[in-house]
Each structure stands twice: as structure tokens, then as C-alpha cells.
Design a protein around this ligand. Structure first.
Ligand code: GDP
Length: 362
């Protein structure tokens, strides 16, 4: 599965967010450094399209696709030097595919701030510095090793050295390397370095209920994110944790009272999904309508492999109907009549929303 790690300084609202995400009921305590073990939660990805498909197909059940959030707590300044839980923290981040960095943008005198002041940019700098220092270590090691190899005429090593020399000044300024643009060739080498600051990053601005507009903390965060290829989602974690406690009917009523079309969490989950470079295809049979996740650019056999590895191995063809056609033509029969039902081969690249039926040998 695809994992999004939730990071942030202590007491910014990580556990509150994570609890709302999973409704797991892990204690959010008003004490810094209280959450230590990384916790993982699998959440359904909200997608109104699956309900539209279900309204047409009338299946026995409808199943959403999922993604995983991991609550990674325990960062202290000095983590990159292996202090405290630092090493474990960095190792946990390394295992994720993307980073959701929670930043405190709410003022509340009752909630202790570790630096005694709400200042999102200063908070971000603390964490980004630790990540950049860890990366600096990695890049310096690779640079030294590949410089020697490059002297022996190794072309790949030469390219690595050139890339490292672009990265070093950025990391020396404690900036994330995702801020740079890369050629395809450089991207290939960058991937092999597995740097923490190259991971796709989303800043989650934890604002108060009335903090969505005219909030200087949020404005500052948006400006920073724009300079380093990161995105921002603003939500009120406290409100979200209350919404998550409600049953479905109460929730609809509560959201309507607040004038919200959906829980803010749905925006976070979708932003995480987007950040991971994922999209969705559907299978739509009378037994079940189901959403499946693939990396953007995945081929039909790779998509089949998400359902079962045998489907990928034995792939023959995919019967495909574009989502819009399926819905506007009232399902498979209508799409067939209108000539919108296609047979695709092994090189077909799945599109977001495709309604697919795989044919395979067993
Ligand atoms: P963590 O250490 O980052 O996991 O932070 P927690 O989720 O444990 O939150 C720390 C404290 O801040 C708790 O007392 C929460 O109730 C409180 N808190 C979290 N989000 C909000 C929020 O949006 N507004 C306010 N006022 N308090 C919050």
C-alpha cells in the first residue's frame, strides 16, 4: 500500500488529526512528547463517483479504495544527530511515500507550544533542518564515493557527482531538495538517493474554527509552500475530531449547520492521495462496485495486479468504459450501444475513473 507519514512538532495537533482520520481513539494529551510509537491507520478515500456507479449498477455492496496514514511522533531538535528518538523518527519517515507535515496555525493559551510562540515558519524550519541535515549526511557520503568512481571513468558516477553538487548547497542552507526542478536523468539518480526532503510534501495548517480566512499564519505558510513545491490544506483538527465522533445522520446535520459540504478530513485524504501520485479505476459488477488504486501511468496489467497477482500474470485484455460515458449512458449496455465500450491490450494506460473488466487466463 501507499503510506503518508504525519509529522510535526509536539503539540501541533498530529494525534488529534490522526484520531479523527482513523477514529482509533488514541489519547491526544495536552503534553509535548506524549506520542512515541508510530501508529498506522488505513482510511477509505472519499469518492462520490463510486456512489454514482452504484446507483446505476445496484450492487450488493460498494467498497472504497484506501490509503494509509502513519502518525510519526517524537521529533526533537538534534534528531539528525541521533539524539533522543531521532534515529527512529527519521527511519520511520524514510519508509513513507509522502509527508503530511502538520503545522500549528491556531492561537490557544491553554495549549502549550513547545517554543512558547505560535510561529509556523519557525516550526517548519526546525523539522526541515533535521531532515535536511540527515540528507546532507547521505549526499556527502555518496558524493565522496562517486567522486572516486568518476575518476575511474564511470559515467553514472559522474552524473551522480553532478547531481550531488546541485543538492549540497540547498541542503547546506537547510532547504528541502524538492524545491529544485530536475531533468528525467537527474530524477532517476535522485530517486536512488532516497532523500527525506525529496518526498512529496503537504503542509496541513491546523487552524482554529474561524482561522480559515485573514489568518497571517496561514498566509505565511502558503507563501513558503509555493517556494518549495509543496501544497497546503487548512483544516481545524479539533473540529474534525468532533465531526469524526458523530454517526452519519448527526454528521450530515452538523456539517450543514456549519455550512460545510464535507468534512475537512476528506480534503486531507484526497490531498494525500494526489500527493502520492495515485488515481482510481473502478470495477462495477452486480456483486460489488469497487474503487482500486494505481500509480498514475500504470498499465492495464499493472492495474489488474492490484486485484490479484494472477490477474496480472494471466492478463489477456481489459474491457474499458470511461467513467463519464458509463454514467451518462446509464451503464455497460448503454455504453456498448453507443460504441463507448473498448477492448484494450497490455500497453493501455489506465485513466482516472475508468470502469474496467479484466479478461485473464488462470
Ligand atoms: P501532537 O502532540 O502534535 O500529537 O498534538 P495533539 O493532537 O496531542 O494536540 C495537542 C493539544 O492541542 C491537545 O490538547 C489538543 O486538544 C489541542 N488541539 C489540537 N488541535 C487543536 C485545534 O485545532 N484547536 C485547539 N484550540 N486545540 C487543538
Amino acid at each position: 500500500g501507499f503510506k503518508c507519514g504525519i509529522v510535526g512538532l509536539p503539540n501541533v495537533g498530529k494525534s488529534t488529526l490522526f484520531n479523527a482520520l482513523t477514529k482509533a481513539g488514541i489519547d491526544a494529551e495536552n503534553f509535548p512528547f506524549c506520542t512515541i510509537e508510530p501508529n498506522a491507520g488505513v482510511v477509505p478515500v472519499p469518492d462520490p463517483r463510486q456512489d454514482k456507479l452504484a446507483a446505476i449498477v445496484k450492487p450488493e455492496k460498494t467498497i472504497a479504495t484506501t490509503m494509509e496514514f502513519v502518525d510519526i511522533a517524537g521529533l526533537v531538535a538534534g534528531a539528525s544527530k541521533g539524539e533522543g528518538l531521532g534515529n527512529k523518527f527519521l527511519a520511520n519517515i524514510r519508509e513513507t511515500d509522502a509527508i503530511a507535515h502538520v503545522v500549528r496555525c491556531f492561537d490557544d493559551d491553554n495549549v502549550i507550544h513547545v517554543a512558547n510562540k505560535v510561529d509556523p515558519l519557525a516550526d517548519i524550519e526546525i523539522i526541515n533542518t533535521e531532515l535536511a541535515l540527515a540528507d546532507l549526511d547521505t549526499v556527502e557520503r555518496v558524493h565522496n564515493r562517486q567522486t572516486r568512481a568518476a575518476k575511474g571513468g564511470d559515467v553514472e558516477a559522474k552524473a551522480q557527482v553532478a547531481l550531488c553538487e546541485r543538492l549540497l548547497p540547498i541542503l547546506n542552507e537547510a532547504k528541502p531538495v524538492r524545491a529544485l526542478d530536475y531533468s528525467d536523468e537527474e530524477l532517476r539518480h535522485l530517486k536512488s538517493l532516497q532523500l527525506l526532503t525529496s518526498k512529496p510534501t503537504l503542509y496541513i495548517a491546523n487552524v482554529s474554527e474561524d482561522g480559515f480566512e485573514g489568518n497571517p499564519h496561514l498566509d505565511a505558510l502558503n507563501a513558503l509552500a509555493a517556494t518549495e513545491n509543496a501544497t497546503v490544506v487548512a483544516i481545524c483538527n479539533k473540529l474534525e475530531s468532533e465531526i469524526a465522533e458523530l454517526d452519519d445522520d448527526e454528521r450530515q446535520e452538523f456539517l450543514a449547520d456549519l455550512g460545510m459540504a464535507e468534512p475537512g478530513l476528506d480534503r486531507v485524504i484526497r490531498a494525500g492521495y494526489e500527493l502520492l501520485g495515485l488515481h482510481t479505476y473502478f470495477t462495477a459488477g452486480v456483486k460489488e462496485v469497487r474503487a482500486w488504486t494505481v500509480k498514475k501511468g500504470a498499465t492495464a496489467p499493472q492495474g489488474a495486479g492490484v486485484i490479484h497477482t494472477d490477474f496480472e500474470k494471466g492478463f489477456i485484455r481489459a474491457e474499458v468504459i470511461a467513467y463519464d460515458d458509463f454514467v451518462s449512458l446509464g451503464g455497460e449496455a448503454g455504453a456498448k450501444e453507443a460504441g463507448k465500450w473498448r477492448l484494450e491490450g497490455k500497453d493501455y494506460i489506465l485513466k482516472d475513473g475508468d470502469v474496467v473488466h479484466f479478461r485473464f487466463n488462470v
